[in-house]
Design a protein. Structure first.
Length: 528
């Protein structure tokens, strides 16, 4: 019986389902599974609470890599590798490192199939150590499964100068399908002068996004250094041709600042820019001038959730917390976390978003009208809960109604939403025990289930500031026991010696395996 290939995904999802004679397998082609950034794989047939809790679930393959990994692994079944010594069909996990190497690894055996390098990384840009001694591929790539193309931005030295290039790589051999393009841009400031993109001062941290037939990338700064020269950008290119879009988004277009300090970066601890079913884009911005006086929501959009048209020409809506000036003064970036878009719900407000930052307030927003800015408050939001400091991003799943998984502070919290009430009701359903975690508060999660059953919440801790600075994989039963999330598993999943730079590790669950990329290692967990 020949295998049958089918695709099962929403208008913005990149979670592909392969159905065959043995079982169904999924492809993870973008950050947090889909363009809504739900972090939910609801086609996991193999991993269930009872077997993850058993001794059969363990580290199967530690795979050595050349450098630290700040990107999320991507997984694609049934890829025909056409180069190297392992030509043939494989289920492949792709991992991009700060050393500018992209690995194609057999997901079942851990064997390295391909590992091309795309040039020397930039050593400690501007003296910033946030993402290790090297910055190479810092934002998670995105894959177009139909054309078997990976889009990735590489940061490298060209004639001794830092430069970004966008590549379109063939999944079978990881070579360029067309010549890579140099990332350039310019934007008019409010005084009609021109501001130019400069790769020396811009960090491409958020995961790439593929939607509207375009590839999008957000940019921030290196440790807020050279803040007089760095500003937050969102750029786009036509998929396939890599032709830049005519418009781009610059979050701070003011020609001057009280402290000569601009920014309004898009960084989100590596979380991806999101997209809804209409193709609108969503991201969260960080701090700007520290005085709290330059915000106007038009020429400077700092500390905000932003909804942007797919052509990058129009800001369609924003939400800015009423305490934005305080966030500025205390460097409490709202933009340390990303924006989760919930699948459409029943009730009076069907299209929702959720985002939290360093201050720890998780705001639930109406995507049709994010709420704007209300000086002195109250914020015009659908709901608000305190989750603890969040260098992180939420996840989502549905079981007898919508659930948001938050990971601020050092615990996983499960929130139940009742969308039938006005205003919407948000209740903390359960919490995990405190994770053994370090660095700044918060960490990243994902969710696996088989439909609405066998729900598991996965998390990766951050290292404690000591040797060997381990990071650990945790699993919790997604169906709480009272007010508690039952821990199913914890185990070392690599190390992170650069304790001065946050690990923003996203666990990826696909086809009976869990993939965790850390410092010079990919850890593949599964059932033995």
């Amino acid at each position: 019986m020949s295998a049958r290939l089918s695709f099962c995904f929403s208008a913005v999802a990149a979670l592909l389902l392969f159905s065959g004679c043995e079982n169904q397998r999924i492809a993870v082609t973008t950050y947090h599974y889909d363009n809504l950034r739900t972090g939910w794989n609801h086609h996991e047939e193999h991993l269930k609470p009872q077997n993850v809790q058993s001794p059969k679930f363990k580290l199967l393959h530690p795979v050595s890599l050349d450098d630290q990994v700040d990107t999320q692994p991507l997984v694609v079944p049934e890829i025909k590798i056409t180069a190297g010594s392992s030509i043939g069909e494989h289920e492949v996990v792709y991992v991009a490192t700060e050393g500018n190497t992209i690995y194609a690894i057999d997901a079942k055996t851990g064997a390295v199939l391909l590992s091309p390098n795309f040039g020397p990384p930039v050593p400690t840009p501007l003296g910033c150590g946030n993402n290790g001694p090297n910055v190479g591929i810092n934002g998670t790539p995105v894959i177009d499964h139909e054309s078997k193309t990976m889009y990735v931005i590489v940061y490298t030295l060209e004639a001794g100068n830092p430069a970004y290039r966008l590549h379109a790589l063939d999944l079978g051999n990881l070579t360029d399908k067309i010549p890579p393009v140099l990332v350039t841009a310019s934007h008019q400031l409010s005084n009609h002068t021109t501001f130019n993109f400069d790769a020396r001062y811009q960090r491409q941290r958020p995961a790439l996004l593929l939607v509207n037939g375009n590839v999008y990338a957000g940019f921030g700064s290196f440790c807020d250094f050279s803040a007089n020269l760095s500003r937050g950008w969102l750029l786009g290119w036509k998929a396939g041709s890599l032709i830049p879009l005519p418009a781009n988004q610059l979050n701070d277009t003011q020609p001057s600042s009280p402290n000569n300090f601009f920014l309004s970066s898009i960084w989100m601890s590596g979380y991806g820019v999101a997209a809804d079913h209409s193709g609108s884009l969503f991201f969260v911005t960080g701090n700007s001038d520290y005085s709290g006086t330059t915000y106007d929501g038009v020429t400077n959009i700092q500390e905000s959730v932003v909804k942007l048209s797919g052509d990058l020409a129009t800001v369609q809506s924003i939400f800015t917390p009423a305490d934005q000036a305080s966030l500025e003064n205390t460097d409490n970036d709202y933009g340390s976390g990303g924006a989760l878009l919930l699948p459409e719900q029943s009730g009076a407000t069907p299209r929702l978003a959720a985002a939290a930052g360093k201050e720890g307030s998780l705001f639930i927003l109406n995507r049709d009208n994010l709420g704007g800015y209300t000086s002195g408050g109250p914020d015009k939001v659908v709901g608000k809960v305190d989750i603890g400091g969040c260098w992180c991003g939420p996840s989502y799943f549905s079981h007898d109604g919508p659930r948001i998984v938050s990971s601020g502070g050092d615990t996983v919290n499960l929130w139940k939403l009742d969308t039938s009430t006005t205003p919407l009701s948000i209740t903390k359903e359960a919490s995990s025990p405190a994770l053994t975690t370090g660095q700044d508060p918060g960490f990243f999660t994902s969710v696996s289930s088989d439909g609405d059953d066998h729900i598991i919440i996965w998390a990766v801790s951050r290292p404690i500031n000591n040797s060997p600075a381990n990071v650990s994989l945790y699993a919790f039963d997604g169906k709480p026991s009272g007010s508690n999330l039952t821990q199913l598993f914890s185990g070392v999943a690599g190390t992170w010696p650069n304790t001065g730079g946050n690990s923003n590790i996203v666990p990826v669950v696909a086809n009976g395996k869990v993939f965790v990329a850390s410092y010079k290692q990919l850890s593949i967990f599964g059932l033995q």
